[in-house]
Ligand binder design. Structure first.
Ligand code: ADP
Ligand code: ZN
Length: 624
């Protein structure tokens, strides 16, 4: 281990501190057991010829009287009588006559250096080195990951975890749905099972497979299942691990990973988040990305260096196919692409079934209902849902996981866990009006998703939540739908202003989401008539820093200004729409807010009841 050199260094350091302690002990002995007296008293004793010797140390004067004076011990207060040693402090004022006086009274004069112990000086000068070496050592230890080996060997270790064939027990049976993806990968499975047969027939085997899909859709799972089906060694690494911490390690890690995989072939290398190194070279990243480029180049040359008889398959995953370097897609590299979509409700039911097999599920639980009620959720979300349900059941000491547990778990995954924050009553009322604004807008505007639940119990990071849930999986979003969505997002703030004549910070997230949506509508989806059907890229997220990068703009400053104008215009239009709607239906808004304040959570049905009752009321009022 790399600890080898650090330990003796620390011991050496401690040894020096010990020497220093000895030294200062020695030095202090001069002043030990001495009475502290005033300087004038010292001068008086000197004049009385009663001082035998003195030792100067800076402005400190230690010395001995010739005879124990009655006053000296008393000044100390603790030492027994007969003490002749004394200590006094010389005032910072010059006393030019002192030396003459001392000589005249035949006092033996000595001096001690005021400098601190040489050992301490040595220790102090060593300390920074020790700290630097310590930090270096810790960083090394972190960078090494699981890779064992010598101190410097750790730099080059890939950090890939080697799965022995037995360790991957996942098979296609545990991957629910994804039929097309599985079909695509069966060929790889056949090849890895019987490479000789493939080679004899001269078949060209794909060496690299790229899985495209949002996070949590089971890309890693699928890659592991390929390894599990074939029983080959499996190496998995996230591309961001290639380039963490140290400059210059990425390329060597790639080399190391491929070397290990080749040695243990047939094998599978799985690289997650390929976009972390695979972004197009020289695009959008600004300076300082040499490291990434070197890593990418190494990856490309490793893949080019594959022989037909090297039975290594590289599977990579990304959710940003649009930013990948074209060189990665060339023949012989990642030339096979598999798109992985979010599961539809049938696949969601299958995924739920896979994960429910691990828990005691009550009979007659309709998984189809849960599957239909979770559009947009990924496999990872659904696994999480089942897990939450099992936790809820365990907390309630239930024997089985029931439909109710699943329903509550679904709300938790959808809206975040409930938080016990004590809101004051006025805050509660503002939240109620804010959520009522979202709810009423969502309920009355055309083309919106139905209300699933609205609550003023703080959940996740929000103080209140209005949760809409589409009836079905959506693949397209018409402009009318998005305009209504914007109005719903702004409805909370509009309601606050309508009731209180003021707005609060509660709309922060609404505004963020609305602005992002409006930007996409204008710049990516051509939904603004003033701009037209053109796509303008306005910078992309930095993969690590999470901030927008200034990209080389493909449009003029004037166009940038016009895009900004259109984004604000669209948001303003949506706000106006929400305002007109809520102003017209203010009594209903107040009724929903009142119900929310009283009941805290309303489901879709309850919201419908309140709205119907109020609309009937207003109609009845008019008839009178
Ligand atoms: P990705 O690599 O796409 O981000 P993962 O493969 O890590 O997603 O998926 C996370 C978890 O979600 C998996 O461990 C698995 O339990 C669950 N999961 C995702 N998709 C499926 C699926 N199709 N069938 C069963 N479980 C799934
Ligand atoms: Zn809101």
């Amino acid at each position: 281990m790399g600890q080898g050199f650090l330990k003796p260094l620390v011991l050496f350091f401690l040894f020096i501190l010990f020497l220093d302690a000895l030294y200062s002990l020695n030095a202090q002995q001069v002043g030990e057991a001495s009475a502290v007296i005033s300087y004038s008293r010292f001068k008086k004793e000197l004049a009385g010829d009663n001082v035998k010797n003195v030792t100067f140390k800076g402005n400190l004067l230690n010395g001995e009287f010739r005879a124990a004076t009655p006053l000296a011990p008393a000044a100390n207060g603790q030492k027994g009588s007969g003490t002749t040693a004394f200590t006094t402090i010389k005032p910072a004022i010059d006393d030019p006559g002192l030396m003459g006086d001392l000589e005249e009274h035949r006092v033996e004069v000595a001096a001690l250096s005021t400098e601190s112990s040489p050992w301490r000086n040595l220790a102090i000068s060593l300390l920074p080195w020790l700290i630097i070496l310590g930090i270096w050592w810790f960083a090394l230890k972190g960078a090494k990951g699981q890779g064992a080996g010598g101190m410097l060997g750790g730099f080059a270790k890939s950090g890939a975890r080697a799965y022995s064939p037995e360790n991957v027990s996942v098979t296609f049976a545990q991957v629910a749905g994804m039929e097309e993806a599985k079909q695509e990968l069966r060929e790889i499975v056949e090849y890895l099972k019987e490479p000789k047969k493939f080679q004899r027939l001269g078949g060209k085997v794909p060496k690299g497979v790229l899985l495209f899909g949002p996070p949590g859709t089971g890309k890693t799972l699928l890659a592991r299942a390929v390894a599990g089906e074939t029983g080959v060694s499996f190496y998995s690494i996230s591309a961001s691990q290639f380039i963490e911490m140290f400059v210059g390690v990425g390329a060597s890690r790639v080399r190391d990973l491929f070397a290990t995989a080749k040695k243990n072939s047939p094998s599978i290398i799985f690289i997650d988040e390929l976009d972390a190194v695979g972004r197009s070279r020289g695009a959008g990243m600004g300076g300082g990305n040499d490291e990434r480029e070197q890593t990418l180049n190494q990856l490309l040359s490793e893949m080019d260096g594959f022989d037909q008889h090297e039975e290594v398959v590289v599977i990579a995953a990304t959710n940003r196919p649009d930013v990948l370097d074209q060189a990665l897609m060339r023949p012989g590299r990642f030339d096979r692409h598999v798109v992985i979509e979010r599961p539809d409700w049938r696949d969601r039911e299958a995924i739920l079934r896979v994960h429910c097999s691990k828990i005691p599920l009550a009979p007659h639980v309709e998984l189809e209902a849960i599957a239909r009620g979770t559009p947009g959720m990924t496999g990872a979300d659904l696994e999480n849902l089942i897990n939450e349900a099992a936790i809820l059941a365990a907390r309630g000491n239930a024997e089985e996981v029931t439909a109710d547990h699943l329903e509550r778990a679904k709300d938790k995954v959808l809206m975040g866990g409930e938080r016990r924050v004590a809101l004051s009553d006025p805050e509660k009322r503002i939240t109620a009006f804010h959520e009522a604004g979202h709810t009423l807008a969502a309920r009355l505007l055309p083309g919106t998703d139905p209300i699933h639940k609205v609550t003023i119990i703080p959940r996740g990071r929000a103080l209140g939540v209005t949760q809409q849930l589409p009836d079905d999986d959506r693949h397209y979003y018409p402009r009318s739908y998005l305009m209504s969505r914007l109005a719903v997002l702004l409805g909370g703030r509009v309601a606050e202003r309508l009731i209180y004549g003021d707005v609060s910070t509660g709309a922060e997230n609404d505004l963020k989401v609305a602005t992002e949506l409006a930007e996409k509508m204008v710049c990516q989806w051509g939904m603004s008539d003033a701009i037209g059907p053109v796509a303008y890229s306005r910078g992309e997220e930095h993969p690590f820093l999470g901030m927008k990068l200034a990209q080389e703009k493909s449009f003029s400053e004037e166009m940038a200004w016009r895009l900004d104008q259109e984004i604000s215009r669209i948001i303003a239009a949506a706000e106006l729409q929400a305002k007109e709607l809520l102003t017209a239906k203010r009594p209903t808004l107040e009724a929903i807010a009142a119900a929310l304040t009283a009941e805290e959570t309303l489901d879709g049905k309850r919201v419908d009841e309140i709205i119907t009752a109020n609309i009937c009321d207003t109609a009845a009022d008019k008839n009178q």
